[in-house]
Design a protein around this ligand. Structure first.
Ligand SMILES: Cc1ncc(C[n+]2csc(CCOP(=O)(O)OP(=O)(O)O)c2C)c(N)n1
Length: 638
């Protein structure tokens, strides 16, 4: 498709050469290009569509990349990527060797700070501003943060510090009244009140307020450009109390208003940071997105005309198995409560909310709070299930250690998106949870090898009342075999033999089990019959089963979808430091390599890290080839 203006734009410097009246057309074209792209690549759409005007206006007014622009989360930065030198590459988004689905420093000088987890922008921006000040560099620093991201404590830590330091940082609130699901919390209500409050509607009053609060030159300029000051208010807000100049709310899709305000911010000196409140619409300009419940927050490839997703799997996701199972168990156990940190749909908990509204808690993007709140509930005899993606749980580590593990509170962690996650890449991969949880005293850590096992583990953890427990499961789908009713809870710390063979044993933790089964089938053709064990527990490990393996096998391979220091480390610790009997069994451990794995399809990732079927076969053959070499050496020496 040809674009009248966008085709001439490669960098923000091209935009700055445009006539102001063409910026609206540029924004419309950029919006269209973004829709066109995401329909082919999949990814985050709604958020980007909501900031198209803001993106164009910021790059037009400010001197990026010298002025630093920091997008919170970074999922809304696709339009920004298109006009900052990545127009041709945009269709490689989220693919192997292609552009990243969030923001990363290595991709462009227009991306001064990597993001993907939410609510970091103010802290990062403040750090950059402080450094600039020390270097006598007066470049502007602009952070764009969403209303959803403002539910996280980290955002307030940044605002609080910025207010106290009186740095001339520009924070733009992109208020679309949406997180992924509906936004939650008192802040969301407060922002809505700011928007609707009648007392701010009179232009005369507004100007008066502004004149009182803002530096003189700024309010004078504002006065002159009356047309945009409609709706602007200042003073008396929470943000003022935090030490900011508060401006807004303004219409974040009105190019003229945006330009006037941003130019004022650029051309004036302030003795405090600025908080500019912009009202935007998530999914703006694309009807199917505007109408959908999640405003096309994250989508697969879709048909542009209809908005229909092109390929939908009819298999069940692990997340939905979790949500449905917990809902069934909760029917007979009124102590069960479910907690999510802004990921109700993603974690499959919508069904739980529909059934038990009063026992469901979406705390917003507040993982730390979610964990400590769950710990509080556990002290009162409740059975909290905290469903958080592995990668986001990293943020709540001290709460896990200090509030849960040390107090031995029976909080249940449902850890979604464990292992490789495909096109969301290293910022979203669930690589570390086995390691960081199983290192903690008192924790019980499980990893189901399939969806039936997941059901068993949810049932099991509902019965663990003396310890914290966790079960971790991957993104994606599988075929569920087995009925809820017939799937019983399991014994703590007990694995099971999937098949008994000889010479070599595979000790698997998690959903590589299918690959191991396939690998065994292939090896059988070469008369190799491995024993295969599903360990189920990373902690406590099944020492009885390990003893049996060591007594009867020359070789042992452990396999898990996580970093070094996890399951294998506990197995090796048992063998080397705890077990009295020495072993001659040769042991290899398969886990994630010591590097962050790039974004690509999950199957490509597992191929790269040598954890797919053919690699598992290859690794077993390698071990057995060593056997031949060893025997040859032995014969030779004789
Ligand atoms: C720490 C963390 N938890 C959860 C997420 C998942 N997540 C990505 S975007 C998003 C919603 C952000 O809402 P908002 O800041 O309002 O931006 P919008 O998508 O509405 O533009 C969430 C919860 C995340 N990126 N980081």
């Amino acid at each position: 498709m040809e674009y009248k203006i966008l085709d001439k734009i490669n960098f923000p410097s091209d935009i700055r050469n445009l006539d102001k009246k063409d910026l609206k057309t540029l924004a419309d074209e950029l919006r269209h290009r973004t829709i066109e792209t995401v329909s082919k690549t999949g990814g985050h759409l709604g958020a980007g569509l909501g900031v198209v005007e803001l993106t164009v206006a910021i790059h037009y007014v400010f001197n990026t990349p010298r002025d630093k622009l920091i997008w919170d989360v970074g999922h809304q930065a696709y339009p920004h990527k298109i006009i900052t030198g990545r127009k041709k590459k945009i269709e490689t988004l989220r693919k192997k060797d292609g552009l990243y689905g969030f923001v990363r420093r290595s991709e462009s000088e227009y991306d001064p700070f990597g993001t993907a987890h939410s609510s970091t922008s103010v802290s990062a921006g403040l750090g950059i501003k402080i450094a600039k000040d020390i270097n006598n560099d007066n470049a502007n620093v602009i952070c764009v943060v969403g209303d959803g991201a403002l539910s996280a404590g980290l955002a307030y830590e940044g605002l609080n510090n910025a207010g106290a330091l009186k740095k001339q940082l520009i924070v733009i609130l992109n208020d679309n009244k949406m997180s992924i699901d509906k936004p939650v919390g008192a802040m969301s209500t407060y922002l809505a009140r700011l928007l609707s409050s009648k007392s701010y509607s009179s232009l005369r009053n507004l100007i008066k307020k502004i004149s009182k609060t803002l530096p003189e030159n700024f309010s004078n300029t504002l006065y002159r450009t009356e047309e945009y000051s409609k709706g602007i208010l200042s003073g008396g807000t929470l943000f003022e109390e935090l030490g900011f100049y508060y401006l807004g709310p303004i219409d974040g899709h009105n190019m003229k208003d945006l330009l006037s305000v941003l130019e004022n911010l650029r051309d004036n000196q302030f003795d405090k940071p600025i908080f500019l409140h912009c009202i935007t619409k998530k999914g703006k300009g694309y009807k199917p997105a505007e109408k959908s419940d999640d405003k096309f927050h994250g989508v697969e490839k879709f048909n542009i005309d209809t908005g229909q997703i092109i390929k939908k799997s009819n298999q069940k996701t692990y997340s939905s198995v979790f949500g449905e199972t917990l809902t069934k168990i909760a029917k007979n156990d009124e102590k069960i409560v479910a907690i999510t940190a802004a990921m109700m749909s993603g974690t499959g908990l919508k069904i739980f909310k529909e059934n038990f509204e009063a026992r469901f808690f979406d705390v917003g993007i507040a993982e730390q709070h979610a964990v400590t709140m769950a710990a509080g509930m556990a002290t009162e005899g409740f059975k909290p299930f905290v469903a958080i993606y592995s990668t986001f749980l990293q943020r709540a580590y001290d709460q896990i250690v200090h509030d849960v593990a040390i107090q031995k509170l029976p909080v249940r962690f449902a850890i979604d998106r464990a292992g490789m996650v495909g096109s969301d890449g290293p910022t979203h991969a669930g690589s570390f949870d086995i390691t960081f949880l199983s290192t903690l005293p008192n924790f019980i850590v499980m990893a189901p090898s399939n969806q039936a096992e997941l059901i068993r583990m949810i049932k099991t953890s509902s019965l663990i009342n003396d310890f914290p427990s966790a079960f971790r499961y991957p993104r994606g789908t599988d075929t569920l075999t087995g009925q809820f009713e017939e799937l019983n809870e399991i014994d703590i710390g007990k694995g099971y033999f999937v098949q008994e063979g000889n010479e070599i044993a595979i000790l698997n933790l998690g959903t590589r089990l299918n690959e191991c089964i396939e690998a065994c089938k292939i090896l059988k053709q070469s008369d190799i019959y491995p024993t295969l064990v599903d360990a189920r527990f990373a902690k406590p490990i099944d020492t009885e089963i390990i003893d049996k393996i060591l007594d009867n096998h020359k070789y042992l391979i452990t396999i898990e979808e996580g970093s070094i220091g996890g399951f294998a480390s506990h197995v090796m610790n048992y063998i080397n430091n705890v077990r009295v009997k020495k072993t001659k069994t040769i042991i290899k451990n398969i886990f994630f390599p010591d590097k962050f794995i790039e974004h690509m399809k999950p199957e490509e990732q597992y191929e790269e890290i040598k954890m797919n079927v053919s690699s598992i076969v290859g690794r077993i053959r390698e071990l057995l080839d060593d056997r031949i070499i060893n025997i040859n050496e032995f014969n030779h020496k004789r």
